[in-house]
Design a protein around this ligand. Structure first.
Ligand code: S3P
Length: 177
């Protein structure tokens, strides 16, 4: 199985946008497991509503396992690490955890399509869920970057350097916007 660099972390931490740019920077494939799920099963909010969270998690587990067989750069949904099978699988890959402060997340999750944040107070829910999962993210991470401040391209560059070294691919001198 080819090695993958996998991005984990709470909703809105920047897993998809940073993952996509890191992949582009390194000329590697990028898989966003949420995007695959939407393509194959429709909007995540609809899946939660019609089939429930457990069904979503089952689909997510299979989608993640399949993505890992392909290697490259992979961004997971925030709750993917809840599955013990996924945690075990991640131990065979290189894991980047992204963090983000409460202050920064407020604007990122506004108007979000995320069903888990659609209850009462989205920010309070985000804090509760990310605190609950924090030990999982921390225990799985090989490296951690905070995305709260500064241009995203600084994190992209650092993560790309790290990923290039881990995967043994050349880091060309180019910048990705
Ligand atoms: C979820 C995170 C979402 C998506 C789904 C559930 C979670 O992905 O998979 O809404 O449980 O944290 P992002 O982390 O990309 O928002």
């Amino acid at each position: 199985m080819p090695d993958a660099v996998v991005l984990i972390g709470p909703m809105g931490a920047g897993k998809s946008s940073i993952g996509r740019r890191v992949a582009k920077r390194l000329g590697l494939t990028f898989t966003d497991t949420d995007t695959v799920i939407v393509r194959e099963h429709g909007p995540i909010a609809d899946l939660f509503a019609s089939q429930g969270e457990a069904a979503f998690r089952r689909i997510e587990r299979e989608t993640v396992a399949n993505a890992l067989t392909k290697g490259g750069i992979i961004a997971l949904g925030g709750g993917a690490v809840l599955a013990p099978e996924t945690r075990e699988a991640l131990s065979h890959h290189h894991v980047v955890a992204l963090t983000v402060s409460q202050r920064t997340i407020a604007s990122r999750i506004r108007g979000s399509k995320r069903p888990l944040l659609n209850g009462g107070d989205p920010l309070a829910e985000w804090v509760r869920i990310s605190e609950e999962r924090r030990p999982l993210y921390e225990s799985l991470a090989d490296v951690t970057y905070d995305t709260s401040r500064g241009p995203l391209k600084n994190v992209v560059e650092e993560a790309a350097e790290w990923a290039a070294e881990r995967l043994g691919v050349p880091l060309e001198r180019k910048e990705v916007e």
